[in-house]
Design a protein around this ligand. Sequence first.
Ligand code: GLN
Length: 543
Amino acid sequence: MSRFIFITGGVVSSLGKGLASAALGALLQARGYKVRLRKLDPYLNLDPGTMSPFQHGEVYVTDDGAETDLDLGHYERFTGVPARRTDNVTTGQIYMNVLSKERRGDYLGATIQVIPHVTDAIKNFVMSDLNDEDFILCEIGGTVGDIESLPFLEAIRQIGNELGRERSLFVHLTLVPYIASAGELKTKPTQHSVKELQSVGIQPDVLLCRAEREVPMDQRRKIGLFCNIRPEAVIAALDVPSIYDVPLSYHAEGFDTEVVRHFGLLNEAQGPDLSTWQRISNTVKNPEGGVKIAIVGKYTRLLDSYKSLAEALTHGGIANRVKVELDWIDSEIFEREDAVHHLEGVHGILVPGGFGERGAEGKVAAVTFARERQIPYFGICFGMQMAVIEAARNLGGIVGAASTEFGPCDQAVVGLLTEWMRGEKREQRSAEGDLGGTMRLGSYKCYLEPGSHVQCIYGDHEISERHRHRYEVNINYKDRLEEAGLRFSGMSPDQQLPEIVELRSHPWFVGVQFHPELKSKPFDPHPLFTSFIAAAIDQSRLV
Ligand code: GLN
């Protein structure tokens, strides 16, 4: 029988509700429980797939091909539980569901209202697709007081009421700011935020207070008194040097203890097994060296756009016991200036996923630099496509090589595919179709060529990785490009879609059509990132 933990946020956004939820999930797992994390997003878009990365940050893709909120990435990185389509819902999806039922006549002539129809749809979502988990953690996006969140808060209030306290718990994340001129931590914003939550009928059971410094017991008592909470359930969420210290810090402050106590599961003799998190934290704190990786991308102004990528590189560092310094470079710079000044001295170059023509030539210039100087190069999705275009132009003599993403061209080395196979199934899309949800999305199998560099890195012949792209490397150029020195070392099972390319005459040059960063975890770093960072360490010994 699953228990439900609802996590809301107050005072300001960006307090790290996603991380807080993920870390609590990890702590419950460390106590031996089966967990699942979900995100309810109050915005109207059906999913974040069509939102600009500057608006929303990264779009996290699940195995089953859903484009979801980046918090699902935190959940998966902290718990290792693969996120699914049914783990993220938005107001847009809820309304789409209600309105299509209305059109079908399923409501038998009733007037459709927020309560009960919209709230019921939200409740159904929360309670659906369960698999004997001990705990379902549901994070509500946005901040309490937002108009959009009201139906979600009403729905979780009802669930809490129906399940009772034995099976539900409300956690509220707030801010306890330190006001330097007064020399004090201030509790008033937390009091107001809890009042707001109480006004919609939710009494939080645990308060998680983001604070720059220790929250003394008298302040906790005060918060508890005003917010109707036991002082022990007022937990300080302190700033920590690495996000992977969060589970340890929360445990030290008593968060998971308070949660299991609430459910009557506190067994004093049996605390969580935190050895994995301790090991990760120690490795991050005590690196044996460092490497510098340049990330030549487009959305470098908002690092949330590359959240999983930055984490996967950190994981590669953990696997090699080094600190990975990231140098974010806007690729457009290379269209005006020589790449050399910016890339001289880096130990690895990575071109990540991206969309559109702006900055593309700058990325091609970065590939040229990495290829000619024999610097480890890792191209992900768009970064693979740019590597293929670079090789086609400069090694294969296909001067006009380009991608049809940038408009019609004579040598479409990268082009739009409207049909492909997924296992036994044919997937189709029309070139004029909607933008949302029409890419090649989710997990696809890939066969690795025996004896290739990537086959050695993965130590396997068949892999499965997650995709999110519209264009593909054009198989018709395969032979010419192979002759020029590019090896097509990973192919779709039907041999029609190039999934991985590598350069034969280069220490580490790999382009992948998928997003390996989505599956990397601190306790299970992705082999490509581990190997790339190892190559960067070798490079650092040369310069
Ligand atoms: N824009 C490219 C495509 O749609 C690459 C996408 C990506 O990097 N995720 O194929």
